[in-house]
Design a protein around this ligand. Structure first.
Ligand SMILES: [Fe+2]
Length: 197
């Protein structure tokens, strides 16, 4: 279940229908596909793509995507932080960023073009998100430093980050809260999360 947060408004949204409605005006598509009982989270790329072939094919048809693969990031990936540093600064892509999460967690920050405040959406197993081409955003992993996701592409070259040069991301901690944030009395959320990590 995703977890949407608007830091400037101190607002969180944690039910799928409300998240979908919130994202719609920003051109971002969100939906849920089942994982539990459908696929082993550690299955091979081929098995995962085969398990979700009907949904993937439907997305390819509706969005014009040509290829799909499975990205698998774990804490022991060499040069993980270097890899994350490519995406944790504000950027755009020339094509949609389409992700279906099979395992782990990640957090997108979106900087809306219409001047609305920055919001984050934390995604996990079962979440499908489509951040359209041209959207200003940045991405980071959560404390588990793990994400396994189906990706769809028109062409992979289009997914290169095009940096805006704006340092806005540095004003936001890559914090994942989840549905059950650990907040002890007298401890700031940021501290509580780092303790939990
Ligand atoms: Fe991106």
């Amino acid at each position: 279940m995703a977890y949407l947060r608007i830091p400037s408004a101190d607002r969180v949204i944690d039910d799928a229908d409300s998240i979908r409605s919130f994202l719609l005006p920003h051109g971002i598509h969100y939906e849920r596909w089942p994982v539990a009982g459908r696929i082993d989270r550690d299955a091979t790329q081929e098995e995962i793509l085969a398990a979700y072939a009907p949904e993937v094919e439907a997305l390819k048809e509706s969005g014009g995507y040509i290829t799909a693969d499975v990205v698998n990031v774990t804490p022991d990936v060499p040069n993980l932080q270097e890899m994350l540093n490519k995406f944790n600064q504000e950027h755009r892509h020339a094509e949609d960023e389409v992700r279906f999460i099979v395992k782990g967690h990640g957090i997108f920050y979106i900087n809306p073009e219409n001047g609305d405040p920055v919001f984050s959406i934390e995604i996990e197993e079962g979440d499908l998100i489509n951040v359209p081409a041209g959207t200003k955003h940045w991405f980071d992993l959560c404390a588990d430093r793990t994400i396994r996701a189906i990706r769809l592409f028109r062409e992979k070259a289009g997914w290169t980050p095009l940096y805006t040069g704006d340092a806005i991301a540095s004003g936001y901690q890559p914090l994942c809260f989840g549905p059950n944030p650990i907040v002890a009395k007298g401890i700031k959320i940021e501290q509580a999360v780092s303790i939990a990590a």
